[in-house]
Design a protein around this ligand. Structure first.
Ligand code: PNS
Length: 163
């Protein structure tokens, strides 16, 4: 795909090794990938959008075709504005499917020029979620297998500051 642009949206609250695996694989498939830190109306976010953007940037200094932005509007509009032809999402298990399917169909309705592509998660990240990372960190557990070293302390400090 020449000059292809994909967006990789999510809450990333915080980004995990599972997200980073999907972002890295997307970066190998598209000329440019824009990671979009977006607002999920069904979630109460822990980290601010700027903190989430900064943490993702810290984890991917070598992915030169990846940009990280914060966007608070409709994802379908963002995709149209930046010329993206694909929305990349990771699928962990069947439990993700219904929610992701609904979002993919809605985004297609809002922007028929964008396709949602699902990448199956790596087996070792099947169980991994941002909420699990937050919960483990808040109970002083070891999160080093779930997030890169570059942001481990940022997560711990932020979560401790909220206690
Ligand atoms: O990581 P998440 O929380 O599962 O990601 C969901 C997210 C943020 C991608 C989704 O809620 C979203 O697209 N939000 C932006 C607003 C929007 O476009 N809503 C309609 C989606 S069908």
């Amino acid at each position: 795909m020449k000059n292809s642009i994909a967006i990789c949206p999510g809450s990333f609250d915080p980004v995990t090794n599972g997200h980073l695996d999907i972002i890295t694989r997307a970066a190998n498939m598209f000329d440019k990938v824009i990671v979009v830190v977006a607002y999920n109306a069904n979630k109460k976010h822990c980290f601010t959008p700027d903190e989430r953007v900064e943490m993702i940037k810290k984890c991917i200094p070598d992915l030169l075709n990846v940009e990280v932005v914060h966007f608070d509007g409709l994802l379908a509009s963002y995709a149209a504005d930046c010329g993206a032809t694909a929305i990349i999402k990771g699928l962990r298990a069947m439990s993700d499917f219904e929610y992701e399917f609904q979002m993919a169909l809605t985004n297609k309705k809002l922007n028929p020029n964008v396709e949602t592509l699902f990448l199956t998660t790596d087996a070792q990240n099947m169980y991994l979620s941002s909420s699990m990372v937050r919960q483990i960190a808040s109970m002083n557990g070891d999160i080093s297998s779930f997030v890169p070293e570059a942001i481990r302390q940022d997560i711990i400090d932020r979560i401790n500051s909220k206690k």
